[in-house]
Design a protein around this ligand. Structure first.
Ligand code: FAD
Ligand code: UDP
Length: 383
């Protein structure tokens, strides 16, 4: 049996380990943390018994049929739609911007056609090819909505002015001219009944997989294996020799209360003078359960220092040129593939992570059959 090392027990590592274990490879999965599931880890709060998403709220959504069928082998997905509320200047609105948001904000009763015409009239039509976050916002929602919902929140989230950020960050959010307040436009959405860690536990439950928690995988361990799949930070593997890739980290400050704290899973705070970006109340992620107590998390964003957990890759020009150098270094590695959000330094939703991990496993098995070279990346991390 060929020996494979999988570094990281998040979705990237777990999917690859599961797929190769089925094909009779002997797999060692390593994670430096004391638990599985990486940043998607869930566990019950000791005090309230609420299922908590330890590294921040995770809502599963996808339009990818294959991924949706794949994850549902490991747990039942319960109905859940993310309907975000946003507070600005002491009033509550619906996000993403939809007909209710527009009518509430401007004190109107527009129908969809009127709203669309109105939004076109307040958007800055002189911006024909928006490059920055700010330009994208001014073009499509105009100055007032931009300043209310995006300017303060984004400055807190990214620690810089929206004119320094790429338009692509805002393109993640739709603007709708109907009352659809579903945060996502994906075909499928839901919450795993027993949490994400349960899914990963089931993926790793195979006679050919040995799990090593609290174990950091170091360079000198690679020689024992026929191939290494690495979902840790790419810069760490090369000992940060081209500098540290910049990330934002988050501090979650928990509070426990009785009853229902905010009546919704996620409420965003868009004013810049409120120091946190959002509050998540995790019992609302499991609406099929009942709990007397509740646990909420206020989310504070800041630059990720050496000892912090990296969350959002910054990916501005400086980081992209560093990344390019790390990609060149990676191409000198033998029998090694870099995967996942840290291995490729990209923001990846769970469904993209899982889809890419399935592609990596498939490509590896094809290369094994054909004798072709398994590349260090199956997607271009610069894309
Ligand atoms: P990770 O989950 O980070 O796993 C990598 C693992 O590798 C970690 O456990 C780490 O400890 C381990 N590791 C690293 N280096 C080593 C080493 N040398 N040795 C041993 N172990 C090592 N996606 C959604 O679809 N919906 C959401 O609502 C959503 N919300 C999010 C909210 C936040 C705040 C963030 C930051 C992300 C969110 N995501 C969401 C994205 C989701 O978290 C990722 O898709 C997912 O975590 C990626 O999995 P991964 O396995 O690539 O990485
Ligand atoms: N954003 C904002 N106000 C909000 C919500 C989002 O300005 O109330 C911006 C923010 O810059 C964020 C981006 O839109 O990074 C994308 O939003 P998304 O909800 O996808 O952010 P994430 O899930 O990554 O926190």
């Amino acid at each position: 049996m060929k020996k494979i090392a999988v570094v990281g027990a998040g979705f990237s590592g777990a999917v690859i380990a599961h797929e190769l274990a089925k094909k009779n490879y002997e797999i060692d999965v390593f994670d430096s943390r004391s638990h599985i599931a990486g940043n998607c880890h869930t566990e019950r709060d000791a005090e309230t018994d609420v299922m908590v998403h330890i590294y921040g709220p995770h809502i599963f959504h996808t339009s990818n049929e294959k991924v949706w069928d794949y994850v549902r082998q490991f747990d039942e997905f319960m109905p859940f739609i993310n309907r975000v509320k946003a507070i600005f200047n002491g009033r509550v609105y619906s996000l993403p911007i939809n007909l209710l948001t527009i009518n509430n904000f401007f004190g109107k009763t527009f129908n969809p056609k009127e709203a669309e015409e109105f939004m076109a009239s307040i958007g800055d039509q002189s911006i024909t090819d928006p490059q920055t976050f700010e330009e994208q916002a001014l073009r499509f929602v105009g100055k007032d909505l931009y300043e209310a919902f995006f300017k303060g929140y984004t400055t807190k989230q990214w620690g810089m002015h929206p004119s320094e950020l790429p338009a692509s960050i805002l393109k993640r959010l739709p603007v709708r001219f109907n009352y659809d307040d579903n945060y996502y436009a994906s075909k499928y959405q839901g919450m795993p009944k027993h949490g994400y860690s349960y899914i990963v536990e089931r993926m790793l439950d195979h006679a050919n997989i040995s799990l090593h928690l609290n174990t950091k995988f170091e360079r000198d361990m690679a020689a024992e294996y026929d191939h290494v799949f690495y979902s840790g930070p790419i810069d760490a593997w090369f000992n940060y020799q081209r500098g540290r890739l910049g990330y934002r980290t988050l501090d979650f400050v928990a509070e426990r209360h009785k009853g229902d704290y905010q009546g919704n899973a996620v409420v965003n705070y868009c004013n810049e003078d409120v120091p946190y970006t959002r509050i998540s109340e995790h019992k609302h992620f499991s609406p099929w359960e009942t709990h007397e107590g509740t646990v909420i998390f206020k989310e504070y964003s800041r630059f990720c220092e050496e000892k912090d957990t990296p969350y959002y890759p910054i990916r501005l020009a400086k980081e992209k040129s560093q990344l390019k150098e790390y990609i060149e270094l990676a191409s000198g590695e033998k029998n090694m593939t870099f995967v996942g959000r840290l291995g490729t330094y990209r923001y990846l939703d769970m469904h993209v992570t899982i889809g890419e991990a399935l592609d990596v496993a498939e490509r590896f098995l094809d290369c094994e059959t054909s004798g072709e070279f398994m590349p260090p990346f199956v997607v271009n991390p610069l894309q």
